[in-house]
Design a binder for this molecule. Structure first.
Ligand code: ATP
Length: 361
C-alpha cells in the first residue's frame, strides 16, 4: 500500500470535517475522491500532505507513519484549483523549484526539468513566464512541478475546476495519459461525478465527512451501497415502500407487491424502506392493468408531465399512491394524462432502510 489512512478524523473547533475515514491506495492507482462542496475532501488532502494535523487517526506513506511529520518530510506532489506558480520565475525555474530540496546536483535537476516538461508537452515554453501561458498550460506546469520530485503520491485537488468545459475535458485526458506514463499513485479530488467517473478506475464517494461508497464507477452506479451514492452518481427515483416478505424479498411499492431479486438487501417485514431505481432503467407501456401478465413487475400510474430534453424525454408518472417517478423514454413519448404501466427491472432496484442511514446526516 502506497498511501493508507486509518480512522482519520478532523475537527475545526466544533465542526467535524472528517469523520473516521479509512482507505488505502495501491501502487499506480488513480482514485477519485468525490463529493459535494464541504464534505471534507480538501481536509483529507491537507492531512495527507501534512498541512493539517488530524485530530485523530494515522496517515501512512509506503508503510511509514507520517502523521507527525512535517510536509517536507513527505514525498507528496500537490496541485490545487488555483495556480501556485511563481510569477517572477520562468516555467523551467518553477519546475526546478520543486526539486530544490532534493539531494540532486544541478545537472540532474536540469535533466529532470527537461524530462517533465517534455512529459507535459511544454518544452518549447520553458523560458516563458506564467502570465504568458494559457490557463491549460499553467496547469501542465503545475503538474510537471509536482511530478518532477517523483512523489510517492500525487494529490490533485479540483485541478480542473477553474477551467472551461472543453479545456477541462482535454486536460482530463492529459492527466490520464500522464498518470499512465508515470505510473504515479494519484488521488484526484473533485465534486464533479462525470469527471470522476470518466477519469478514475475507483471512486471514493464522500458525504458529510464520511465515506459513503468505495468501488469502481460501474459497481457504485449499478449497485449503490448507500442512498447518497444512488442519488449523487447520476439520477435516481427514491420511492417509499414497505417490506412484506423476506424470502424472496418483497415490498409494496406504488400500490403493488413487487418481488425483488433474491440477493437484494432485505430489512425486516413491516419496515418502511426506500427503493431507488434509475430513470433509464424504467420502461413504460400504455396499459391500464399493470402487473396482470408481466414478467417484469410493474406499477400503474398516470403521466403527469413530459419534458423534451433533446436526446430523450423525461416522463414523470404519478402512481396510485401519489408518488412521482421519472422514466427516460427515447421515442414515442406518452402525453400528460395517459394511463401507463411502469415496468421495474427487479435487479436494478436498490432497497435502503432509512433507519440504517439516519446517522449519516
Ligand atoms: P470544498 O470543495 O468546498 O473545499 P471540501 O469537500 O474540500 O469542500 P473541506 O474544505 O475539507 O471540504 O471542508 C470540510 C468542512 O470543514 C466544511 O464544513 C468547512 O466549512 C469546514 N472547514 C474547512 N476548513 C476550515 C477551517 N480552516 N476552519 C474551520 N472550518 C473549516
Amino acid at each position: 500500500m502506497i498511501l493508507e489512512l486509518e480512522a482519520l478524523t478532523h475537527r475545526y473547533g466544533d465542526e467535524l470535517a472528517v469523520d473516521d475515514v479509512s482507505f488505502g491506495l495501491e501502487e499506480g492507482e488513480l482514485v477519485a475522491l468525490l463529493g459535494p462542496s464541504g464534505c471534507g475532501k480538501t481536509t483529507i488532502v491537507q492531512a495527507i500532505a501534512g498541512h493539517v494535523r488530524p485530530t485523530a487517526g494515522r496517515v501512512r506513506l509506503r508503510d511509514r507513519d507520517v502523521t507527525d511529520q512535517p510536509p517536507e518530510a513527505r514525498r507528496v506532489g500537490l496541485v490545487f484549483q488555483e495556480s501556485t506558480l511563481y510569477p517572477h520565475m520562468t516555467v523551467r525555474e518553477n519546475v526546478a523549484y520543486g526539486l530544490a530540496s532534493r539531494d540532486t546536483d544541478a545537472q540532474e535537476r536540469a535533466e529532470l526539468v527537461t524530462e517533465y516538461l517534455e512529459l507535459v508537452d511544454l518544452r518549447d515554453q520553458r523560458d516563458a513566464y506564467p502570465a504568458e501561458l494559457s490557463g491549460g498550460q499553467q496547469r501542465r506546469v503545475e503538474l510537471a512541478r509536482a511530478l518532477a520530485p517523483q512523489p510517492d503520491v500525487l494529490l490533485l485537488d479540483e485541478p480542473l475546476s477553474a477551467l472551461d468545459r472543453a479545456l477541462r475535458e482535454r486536460l482530463r485526458e492529459e492527466i490520464a495519459r500522464i498518470q499512465d506514463e508515470t505510473g504515479v499513485t494519484t488521488l484526484f479530488v473533485t465534486h464533479d461525478q462525470a469527471e470522476a467517473m470518466a477519469l478514475a478506475d475507483r471512486l471514493i464517494v464522500m458525504d458529510d465527512g464520511r465515506i459513503s461508497g468505495d468501488g469502481t464507477p460501474r459497481t457504485l452506479y449499478e449497485s449503490p451501497p448507500t442512498p447518497f451514492v444512488a442519488s449523487f452518481l447520476g439520477r435516481s427515483n427514491a420511492l417509499p415502500a414497505t417490506v412484506v416478505a423476506r424470502e424472496p424479498p418483497t415490498v409494496t411499492l406504488g400500490g403493488r407487491e413487487i418481488t425483488l431479486r433474491s440477493s437484494a438487501r432485505s430489512p425486516p417485514v413491516g419496515a418502511s424502506v426506500t427503493c431507488h431505481v434509475r430513470p433509464e432503467d424504467l420502461s413504460l407501456t400504455p396499459s391500464t392493468d399493470a402487473g396482470a401478465d408481466g414478467t417484469a413487475p410493474s406499477i400503474p400510474g398516470e403521466v403527469a408531465a413530459v419534458t423534451d430534453v433533446g436526446r430523450r424525454y423525461d416522463v414523470t408518472v404519478r402512481t396510485e399512491t401519489g408518488d412521482e417517478l421519472v422514466a427516460e423514454v427515447t421515442d414515442d413519448p406518452p402525453t400528460a394524462g395517459d394511463r401507463v404501466a411502469v415496468e421495474l427491472p427487479r435487479d436494478r432496484i436498490a432497497v435502503f432502510d432509512p433507519a440504517e442511514y439516519e446517522r449519516e446526516h
